[in-house]
Design a protein around this ligand. Structure first.
Ligand SMILES: Cc1cc2nc3c(=O)[nH]c(=O)nc-3n(C[C@H](O)[C@H](O)[C@H](O)COP(=O)(O)OP(=O)(O)OC[C@H]3O[C@@H](n4cnc5c(N)ncnc54)[C@H](O)[C@@H]3O)c2cc1C
Length: 313
């Protein structure tokens, strides 16, 4: 089980005692970062076009963070924002990356075209790329992310953040992370987003994934990162941590440390850090083994998709 959001420490401290985060390199976004009260919502099971807030009230889909694109970078980013407790929605236009996928369906992460993924750390003999995407989806679901299958048509700037128009309705959020590889059309209406054209389209960002518009970030290949899955995953994580630092948490960590690692030394828990004792550690490890085992017990049924130009009509 993923740690309960409420269990996670939100203590703000600039000195972790490890010497890596106590320096003063933190710089806020290019512009002043917008803030609004954090609203926790999840998709209303009875009316999927609506969300339910903490009090159980239905309301239009309002999130803290909307991630456009549920590929490697987008899913990775959503794990971090959701684990911190920000209401996070991933909007992905593609279908399921598993054997249930429609044959010839070219949508979804481009990693679905991979034949066998051999350079993603943690899998000594490689892993089925479709299985990996499924596992990352499960990981972000456990962190509390909502995911929705829809095409994003337009992202617009509003007083409170952003309005995201999709084939499944309109959503809004304080922050948007764009992670759509080379798709930029939905960003055309926002003044201040730099689009770089080098054969394919990319979004101009600073070294942490911030675009020229406060609250709007780009991650993965879309931010001109090298074309490897681990790079996209790593950059998605970096962009999410940047967003969290811009939001309220300088030197954000997202670490799980052994009981007393900080506190026995009289240190406050750094932002995003949690200390757990032996019992919790064993429970989580057992859950990790069982979960992983269920994924790898049988061969994955998904087939790699070839290049669209080679597919039969
Ligand atoms: C044949 C092939 C083999 C590969 N093999 C390897 C390999 O062995 N090792 C390796 O490291 N990398 C490999 N890659 C590269 C790897 O797949 C990419 O670098 C990585 O997937 C990029 O991640 P990303 O999140 O930036 O983009 P993606 O994973 O492509 O995610 C982008 C997502 O955005 C969604 N999207 C786009 N527009 C919209 C919209 N308007 N609304 C909603 N959703 C939208 C897409 O459906 C997609 O799911 C391979 C790629 C190919 C083509």
């Amino acid at each position: 089980m993923a740690p309960d959001r409420s269990e996670r420490s939100r203590t703000v401290a600039n000195d972790t005692g490890d010497g890596d985060a106590g320096d003063q390199r933190y710089t806020p976004g290019r512009d002043s970062v917008r803030r609004q009260d954090t609203i926790s919502t999840s998709i209303d099971p009875e009316s999927p076009e609506l969300c339910r807030d903490d009090s159980g009230k239905s309301r239009p889909g309002v999130y803290d963070v909307i991630v456009v694109g549920g590929g490697v970078a987008g899913l990775s980013a959503s794990i971090f924002t959701a684990r911190h407790g920000l209401a996070t929605l991933v909007i992905e236009r593609g279908g399921p990356p598993s054997g249930e996928g429609v044959a010839g369906d070219e949508s979804g992460s481009i990693l679905r075209r991979n034949a066998h993924l051999e350079n993603f750390p943690g899998f000594p003999a490689g892993v089925d790329a479709r299985l990996l995407i499924e596992m990352i989806e499960d990981q972000t679901d456990r962190a509390g992310t909502d995911r929705r299958q829809a095409e994003v048509h337009r992202v617009g700037d509003t007083d409170d953040g952003f309005a995201v128009e999709t084939s499944a309705g309109r959503f809004s959020a304080e922050y948007v992370i764009a992670a759509t590889k080379n798709e930029t059309g939905y960003l055309e209406n926002i003044e201040g987003v730099g689009i770089v054209s080098r054969g394919k389209a990319f979004v101009d960002t600073d070294e942490r994934g911030r675009t020229g518009v406060a609250g709007l970030y780009a991650a993965g290949r879309l931010a001109e990162k090298p074309h490897q899955a681990i790079v996209a995953a790593g950059h998605g994580a970096e962009v999410a941590v940047t967003l969290l630092e811009d939001h309220e948490e300088p030197f954000y960590h997202d670490w799980v440390a052994p009981d007393g690692y900080f506190t026995d030394r009289g240190r406050e828990l750094p932002p995003g850090c949690e200390e757990i004792g032996d019992e919790k550690r064993r429970t989580r490890e057992a859950d990790g083994r069982e979960t992983l085992g269920s994924y790898i017990a049988e061969p994955h049924l998904g087939e790699p998709l070839t290049h669209p130009s080679l597919r039969e009509e």
